[in-house]
Write a new protein. Sequence first.
Length: 147
Amino acid sequence: MPFEHNYGAALSGTIAVSIVDPAAGAYPPSSIVQRDHAWRINVNWTINGSAALGLGGDWTVRAFLESVGPGFEGQIGPTMSVPVSSATPSFSRSYATTINVPAANTIPGLNDGAYGLTVLINYSNGGVPGEIAGVVEMPIMQFYTAT
C-alpha cells in the first residue's frame, strides 16, 4: 500500500502489515485468533525519493478494529511512535514497529466474530502533523472462543 503525500515524484513509499498469533505455532501469520491469546501486528514501511532525505520528526502507528455487524470498534494496542531519525538519512529509509495487542477477551466489547483491521501511519514534525500518511486495510479477522 503506498503513502499519500504532497511531495509529488519526490517521495514514494510502501507499507507491509502482518498479523502474528504466537500461539499459532508454525503457522503464522494468521487472521484467525483465539480470544484468550495475545497477538501482534508487525508493520514495516519504506519511503524513497529526494524528499526522504530531508525528513525529520516522527511516525505514529496505530491499529483499529471495526466489527462486521454490531460490536467493538476502536483502537487496539498502544500507539507506537517511531522517530524518523531511527533510519539513516538517505534516499531510501526503512522502518519497522510491532503493536502488541492484548487478548481479545480483555478488551470490553470485543466478542467472537469478524472484524476489519486498519493500520494507520501518520507523519509529524515537532508535533505538527505533516501531509504524509499511510493506510492499510487488512483482510477480515476472525476472533473465536475455544470450547
